[in-house]
Design a protein around this ligand. Structure first.
Ligand code: ADP
Length: 160
């Protein structure tokens, strides 16, 4: 059985994240969505909220495990017997950082691969921070986040 990990802050989950998670779930037997709790910046949404948004958005995917995560990804992957980390690559701007992370993880855990999926061209410039910025200025985020969590995200971000 091939297990992979999709790590991220998912603050909140976007259609770009959902696209990568969905594609990973078709390619591998078991996908662990690891939601980072030790973020450098204080997240807008709590860990519980971020996990719940992912759960609600991925109800039809049956090989997912959604977990809160802190610590070293390379170690966690070893504990979970994961063969790879799956990441989405957007513009060139993602490349340098992702390359550094992939090589670091490989040094820490030589058995761990990093698989990069090219992002869907529609979501090339989509990020959680864009969602937060647009929503806080009362813009339309319906093309950016899963429909089932749209209203809740909007209500929360408009309150701030
Ligand atoms: P963000 O940059 O939106 O804060 P995260 O840190 O939560 O994202 O990213 C988690 C993973 O999801 C990363 O591998 C990132 O490359 C990927 N990802 C984020 N946004 C997109 C997108 N629009 N399309 C494809 N992959 C994405």
């Amino acid at each position: 059985m091939k297990t992979v990990i999709c790590p991220g802050s998912f603050d909140p989950i976007t259609l770009g994240h959902l696209d990568i998670i969905t594609r990973a779930s078709k390619m591998f037997d078991h996908v662990i969505v690891a939601v980072l709790s030790n973020l450098e910046k204080t997240p807008c949404f709590s860990l519980e909220e971020r996990i719940r948004f992912i759960e609600e958005s991925t109800k039809e995917l049956h090989n997912l495990e959604i977990v809160g995560f802190k610590g070293l990804l390379a170690e966690y992957a070893r504990e979970k017997n994961a063969v790879a980390v799956v990441k989405g690559l957007r513009a060139l701007s993602d490349f340098e950082y992702e390359f550094m992370m992939a090589l670091t993880n490989k040094k820490l855990n030589p058995d761990l691969e990093t698989v990069f999926l090219t992002c869907n061209s529609e979501y090339m410039y989509l990020s959680s921070s864009i969602v937060k910025q647009v929503a806080s200025l009362k813009g339309d985020i319906s093309n950016f986040v899963p429909t089932c969590i749209h209203d809740e995200i909007l209500a929360r971000l408009n309150k701030q």
